[in-house]
Design a protein around this ligand. Sequence first.
Ligand code: NA7
Length: 545
Amino acid sequence: MSTTETAKKEPQKLDAIVFGAGFAGLAMLHKLQNSLGLNARVIDKADGVGGTWHWNRYPGARSDTESWVYCYSFDPTLYREWKWTERYPRESEIRAYLEHVADRFDLRKNIIFSTAVLSAHFNEKTSRWDIETDKGDRFSARFLITGLGILSAPNKPPFPGEERFKGQVLHTARWPHEPIDFAGKRVGVIGNGSTGVQVVSELAATVEHLTLFQRTPQYSVPAQNHPLDPQFLDGIADSLEPYFDRVRKSATVFAFEDAKVGAMEVSAEERERVFEKAWRDGGGFNFMFGTFNDIAVNRESNAAAADFIRRKIAQIVTDPAKLEAVTPTDLYARRPLCDNGYYQAINRSNVTVANIRQNPIIEFTEKGVRTSAGEVELDYVIFATGFDAVTGNFTRIDFQGRNGVKMKDHWAQGPRAFLGLSAAGFPNMFSLYGPPGPFTNQPPAIEWQAEWVSQAIKYAIDNGIETIEATPEAEQAWLDECKRIEEMTLFHKIDWWVSGANIPGKVKAVSFYMGGFGEYMKHAELCASQEYKGYTLSPAKARAA
Ligand code: NA7
């Protein structure tokens, strides 16, 4: 044993350890601590709760899911006492909600903040997880649950010369806690996904000039945000269980009802009426999944939706050059966006769209950014370039399962895990909203998974099971099922973060189960009801033998 090893702290023994203090980590800790009475800890590198919402504090940041379903439903009193103020909650309101949850369920005492997990190794001698942090803390935990988030490891593409830029460079997913006054400033925004669209919509009216560096134009529909009547929330609280049961049985776990007919099954007039209504009702997922049931799978239906949105953009953006720049022409098959006045912001005279597909960014200069069309002088450059999504946070921690197999090697050809929860060879480890798992509004799906995992843990404890571990066959069959379904969708035809294509060199992979959450729950319930079919359950005596 080396001197460094002898100097290490003694590991703290835990029943369970959870990585991440966002929606997943808090729900899981509540179950472990308050329902199962286990000795559990959460570790998070942030200095507060919130997960991705701890970091994403950029101007305009908010969820584009309705607040009343962007929350937990497991406790009727919690649901009734928390009054969301707007249809779509701002980042600060989501954080305040999660802080409230942490206090209400007395979770903080078991959360270790400002600490990054370096490694988590499965120890075959003890059948426990050995964890080390950047603070030198060590833990030995029987169960390991990750709530790492699929959209939290920032992607910041490198451009030459950034160090010589005299202005300030910011990334939306690592936004400073102090407010920044952009009044009178020249601001460049790189990226126009959900984040870039929010930043541009919020900042355009404040700044002196905004330049959007856009590579691929996107389809966005109005969010139609509005204040909420507390009585409306009380109405949902009155029938919480059936309401959330319906929400969870829908494909994407949003508040709207799934569409029942295909776009080509109705007349052109009816199609127009449905799209027009959805445009007025607001919401990106509503537009894609609440109008017709085949926008994401049928090219003709997809083209009809795309054509409708393009016509709407043309009614808002009056400058022909800008209109051409922001009008998408490809499939409407990325994550559906919605906005609070994005195209109106684009239309402003103090906003320029730099087409960096045509004229790529060459470098940062002292004064700004140089594209092949020339130099743009700027005070701030905001990277809204998204995330090393889905697997980013898994590959940044040194996870090692049985036989020292590293997660990043196990996932070299893309993520694989039974039900998105359990990778084969990684016993007693569960990943909430891990890949390949459901493609949904997350909080109600996450809390359902947290309950499922807590039941699996209880089952293991009650039945003297030392390790519960997905079989390679179940893992492969699940991946095949995810692939089969994804290949039926148009999402599969697009290069974006869902397939890993936004990160140069990353293997294109199947990251989600796109069969809808209702079907997902059936798979997971069947597994549990058949004594965790798809898992190998090893009793304690097997190890002793
Ligand atoms: P997204 O959706 O991945 O969008 C990132 C944007 O940044 C997108 O417009 C990209 O253009 C652009 N981008 C990425 N890399 C580059 C480089 N190297 N050069 C120029 N432009 C680049 O991230 P968001 O944060 O907006 O949203 C991610 C999810 O978070 C969202 O779906 C919500 O669920 C929350 P591209 O389209 O690749 O041409």
